[in-house]
Design a protein around this ligand. Structure first.
Ligand code: ZN
Length: 237
C-alpha cells in the first residue's frame, strides 16, 4: 500500500488576481496535538498544521491567514495590487514547510496586513504565530519582539473592535491573552489589571454564562502566579 502523505494540496482562486492557485494543508487525520503552552502555542506529534496557516498566492503575493484568505474587500484588493503585486516575483509556496519557510510566509501575510491597514485582531493573531515560530526555533529575542507586537495589537483590538464577530477571539479570551502576554513580557502590574477585569466579569451574572470554566480557572491560576512573582521580586529587591 502506498504511504499517504500528511500534507496535500488544495485548490482555490486568488481573490486579488483571480488566478487558480494551490496551497498546502495537513490532513486532519494526521493532526495530533500533544501539548499547548499557557498562551496556546501548540505542539504536535508529526506534521504541524500551524506551519501551513499562512496562505500566499504565488502569482501576485497576496497573503492571509487560511481562515480569512477569501475575505478581502474590493478596496483592499486594489491596495494589494498596487503595493504588493507590483513588486512581487512569482514563486511557489506549496509542499512541506520548515519552520523557517513558515516564518517567511507569515511575514508576507504581516506585510499584506500592514499595507491594507488590516484589523488589529488579525495583526495580533499573525504576530502571535510568528512569536510561536521563533519559540520553536528558540530565538528568545525575536519571540519577545513579536509577543510585544501581539500584545499592543490585542489591546487596541479590545478597545476598538467588536469581538463578538465570527472568527475573532472573543473578548474574554482576549483579556486572558493580554494578561498572559503581559506576564511573559514581565509587565506584572498590567497583567494583574487585565486579569482582574476578566475575573470580575465572571462575578457578573449576565456575563458569567459567556465565560468558559476552563478560561476562568486559567485566569485565576495566572493571576496568583503573577502575584507570587511580584512578591518574590519585592523580597529580592
Ligand atoms: Zn493572486
Amino acid at each position: 500500500m502506498p504511504e499517504i502523505k500528511a500534507v496535500y494540496n488544495s485548490k482555490t482562486v486568488c481573490p486579488v488576481c483571480d488566478s487558480n492557485i494551490e496551497y498546502t494543508k495537513v490532513r486532519s487525520k494526521a493532526i495530533r496535538l500533544i501539548n499547548q503552552d499557557t498562551d496556546f502555542c501548540p505542539y504536535y506529534e508529526g506534521e504541524n498544521p500551524l506551519l501551513y496557516e499562512a496562505v500566499i498566492c504565488p502569482e501576485c503575493g497576496y497573503g492571509a491567514h487560511v481562515t480569512s484568505f477569501e475575505n478581502i474587500n474590493r478596496y483592499d484588493r486594489q491596495k494589494v495590487r498596487e503595493r504588493i503585486s507590483s513588486r512581487w516575483h512569482k514563486r511557489s509556496f506549496t509542499g512541506e514547510r520548515t519552520v523557517e519557510q513558515a516564518l517567511e510566509a507569515f511575514k508576507i501575510v504581516l506585510l499584506n496586513l500592514n499595507e491594507i491597514e488590516g484589523l488589529k485582531s488579525e495583526v495580533a493573531k499573525i504576530c502571535m504565530r510568528i512569536a510561536w515560530l521563533y519559540r520553536y526555533m528558540e530565538d528568545d529575542t525575536q519571540e519577545k519582539k513579536f509577543l510585544k507586537y501581539a500584545l499592543d495589537n490585542y489591546k487596541e483590538a479590545y478597545s476598538q473592535e467588536d469581538l463578538t464577530e465570527e472568527g475573532k477571539l472573543d473578548e474574554y479570551t482576549c483579556l486572558y491573552i493580554i494578561g498572559e502576554l503581559s506576564k511573559r513580557l514581565e509587565l506584572y502590574e498590567e497583567s494583574t489589571q487585565w486579569l482582574s477585569r476578566l475575573i470580575m466579569s465572571y462575578s457578573d451574572p449576565l456575563q458569567k454564562p459567556k465565560i468558559p470554566q476552563r478560561l476562568i480557572e486559567s485566569a485565576r491560576d495566572l493571576f496568583q502566579e503573577v502575584k507570587d512573582l511580584v512578591a518574590a521580586t519585592k523580597e529580592e529587591g
